[in-house]
Design a protein around this ligand. Structure first.
Ligand code: PLP
Length: 432
């Protein structure tokens, strides 16, 4: 089977290539841990969204929490995308990358007054509001600036996205959104508040969704509300159907973006809502398979042989220079991501747990992986373009990785490796 990320991540002979660049050469040149992204893979992931929405009034807002590096934002801004943001910091990044604030939707359930003010001043397209208390506060902040804030309500449609509980967001008991049964009343309230202008409706039911069904269920619930709200004289211009489309990490079979959109459009048309503008907020599906994380094998630690009365032989460990601080997904969600050698060896494979140097037993990248590697070899964790670097931390005082964007045979350093001195910049010793 082809590698996740193919055709932009593939072997040419014994060498793993990211687009036109050999992974082992990138590791040599820039050092590891190293995130490598293919610009062409990102644009290829965007294309089916754009194609399926052609001829409709629409905006694709890249959910930048998936990967918020400036050059990634620049790539999507140049391709016409807006951005889905969840903090003032993300808004600053959009501005720094040359993105258009008029194409930004501001999501998130805990917006501060300062974040609201900044977003109003730069003129974001819409606030996706998640509670009645937030509506009141946004109205007050906007009114104090002499603005009217454009708002959508993020409705919790109470559908099961059938994904990991940590990344399911559309169920009643999740902290996100306004309960479906409170939504009409909340729209009434929004329409009365002086600092607000109702412009849309929004939902986002989860992440790594691999079926179309939950999207259609959520859409139906949303359209029911649109009809009820408009019957009260509050008009809703756009439908924001969120993000959440999954990718293949190992053997998942998510629908293609154009197939998902076609199914949604068919339902929208069948219910007589064709005239509405559409907003989508894809994150993972635009960048996940466009990136890999390169590391180096430091040590191989064989398991102990089975002894009498023991539970069997111990595990073999492949200790690499990449750790949970670089890539949280395995430790945080138990996520399975493919791990391959950057140069394949024609040698028998051994089954390893691939682990990092961080002092936590939860610091593993992959369990029971068959690899033929030796110390000094480079490995690649695949599908690492989403929720990789953007979730990286400095735990164990590990500087964050460098990042490279490749385009054909050209590789550009888009983020320098952090230095240890940068890690304690802004810290102060006590006066003696
Ligand atoms: C995280 C998030 C997204 C993107 O989710 P993906 O699974 O990465 O596509 C979109 N909208 C909102 C509100 C989010 O929180």
């Amino acid at each position: 089977m082809s590698l996740p990320g193919a055709p932009f991540v593939a072997y040419g002979g014994d060498e793993l290539f990211i687009d036109g660049c050999a992974a082992s050469e990138l590791g040599e040149r820039f050092g590891t841990p190293l995130y490598v992204y293919s610009r062409r893979a990102m644009l290829a992931a965007l294309e089916p969204y754009q194609r399926a929405l052609q001829g409709r009034q629409h905006l694709i807002c890249y959910a930048m929490k998936a990967n918020s590096s400036l050059a990634v934002l620049q790539t999507f801004a140049a391709a016409g995308c807006g951005f889905d943001i969840v903090s003032g910091g993300e808004l600053q990044r959009v501005l720094a990358a040359g993105g258009d604030p008029g194409k930004v939707v501001f999501s998130g359930l805990g917006k501060t007054r300062a974040e609201m003010k900044l977003a109003l001043e730069v003129g974001v397209r819409c606030f996706n509001v998640e509670s009645e208390a937030e509506l009141d506060q946004l109205s007050a902040v906007a009114a104090s600036l002499g603005h009217r804030a454009p708002v959508s309500l993020r409705v919790n449609p109470d559908v099961d996205a059938r994904t990991h509980p940590y990344i399911s967001t559309g169920l009643k008991d999740n902290k996100f959104g306004i309960a479906h049964e409170r939504a009409v009343e909340t729209y009434r309230r929004a329409a009365r508040l002086p600092g607000l202008e109702v412009v849309g409706i929004d939902c986002h039911i989860g992440s790594q969704i691999t079926e179309i069904g939950p999207y259609l269920d959520a859409l139906d619930r949303l359209l029911d509300l649109v009809e009820a709200v408009e019957a009260e004289g509050v008009s809703i211009r756009h439908l924001d159907l969120g993000g959440g489309l999954g990718i293949r990490y190992t053997d998942e079979t998510p629908p293609a973006a154009d197939a998902l959109i076609a199914a949604l459009l068919e339902r929208i048309d069948a219910r007589g809502h064709s005239h509405r503008a559409l907003v989508f907020e894809p994150g993972r599906s635009l960048v996940g398979n466009a990136g890999v994380l390169l590391g180096e094998v430091l040590y191989l630690k064989p398991g102990t042989a089975a002894e009498e009365n023991s539970t069997g032989p111990g595990k073999n460990f492949c200790i690499v220079d990449v750790a949970m601080n670089d890539l949280m997904r395995p430790a945080m969600y138990g996520a399975t991501m493919a791990i391959v050698a950057c140069q394949s060896r024609n040698e028998p494979q051994t089954v390893y747990d691939v682990v990092g140097p961080v002092c936590e037993s939860g610091d593993w990248l992959g369990r029971d992986r068959a690899l033929a590697v030796r110390p000094g070899d480079r490995i690649a964790v695949l599908s690492a373009g989403a929720y990789g670097m953007s979730m990286a931390s400095n735990y164990n005082s590990r500087p964050r990785a460098a990042e490279v964007m490749v385009d054909g045979e050209h590789a550009a350093l888009i983020r320098e490796r952090e230095t240890p001195a940068e890690l304690f910049r802004g810290e102060h010793l006590l006066p003696r």
